[in-house]
Design a protein around this ligand. Structure first.
Ligand SMILES: [Zn+2]
Length: 210
């Protein structure tokens, strides 16, 4: 396992999410969530919601505008569609996370790769599966543009998006503090067609602590 040090007394949750699996969990205000890229260059596609109002959800547009920067790293406040600060990134040993590239889907499999890739597993299906299993009114229409933790999607001076090899590595992590009660929905990306993970999706570990 990784060498990330957390006081075991305060750890409330510690899970390894296999590649291709979703994870859904509520954080109380003040709790920390650490997401660890165990083997490196994995993408953790993530959505956040106000735990008491799922229509108040992570907004990539408002987050980018508020910090006047397209990349997410330490200090970034994740802003909701109703203008609340959901969480703050308080630690980041990777250094850059994407919120422009979106989540992979059956449709993007088809458009980016090949028509016969359509039915391969994608993050959007993991999001739907976990949302419906969670219930409580969370459903497909609540899947808004997401964050791709550990993913490197630089923008060129001409404004073009490029999906590059990851800048993450084994054991690198991002840590967030919940500024209110939030629901976290992660799809640990199952994508087998994208060179950014060397065609080899790998597990991530999530720690929740007070
Ligand atoms: Zn994906």
């Amino acid at each position: 396992m990784n060498k990330a040090v957390v006081d075991p007394v305060t750890v409330r949750h510690d899970t390894v999410i296999p590649a291709g699996e979703p994870w859904i969990h509520e954080l109380n205000q003040g709790q920390h969530l650490r997401i660890i890229d165990l083997e490196g260059n994995q993408a953790a596609d993530t959505l956040f919601y106000n735990a008491h109002d799922y229509s108040d959800r992570y907004s990539a547009q408002d987050t980018i505008r508020a910090q006047a920067n397209i990349y997410l790293t330490t200090g970034t406040k994740l802003i909701s569609s109703k203008g609340n600060v959901l969480l703050t990134i308080v630690g980041d040993t990777c250094g850059r996370h994407d919120t422009l590239g979106g989540a992979c889907a059956m449709e993007s499999n088809m458009v980016r790769y090949a028509i016969e890739k359509r039915h391969m597993h994608a993050c959007r299906q993991s999001f739907v599966k976990a949302a419906l299993a969670w219930g409580r009114g969370l459903e497909k229409r609540d899947l808004a543009p997401n964050i791709n933790f550990f993913m490197n999607v630089p923008v060129t001076p001409e404004g073009k998006l490029t999906f590059e090899d990851g800048v993450s590595g084994a054991g690198k992590y991002v840590e967030l503090q919940a500024e209110m009660d939030v629901l976290v929905l992660i799809s640990n990306c199952p994508q087998l067609n994208n060179p950014c993970n060397a065609y080899n999706p790998t597990p991530i570990r999530v720690l929740v602590f007070d």
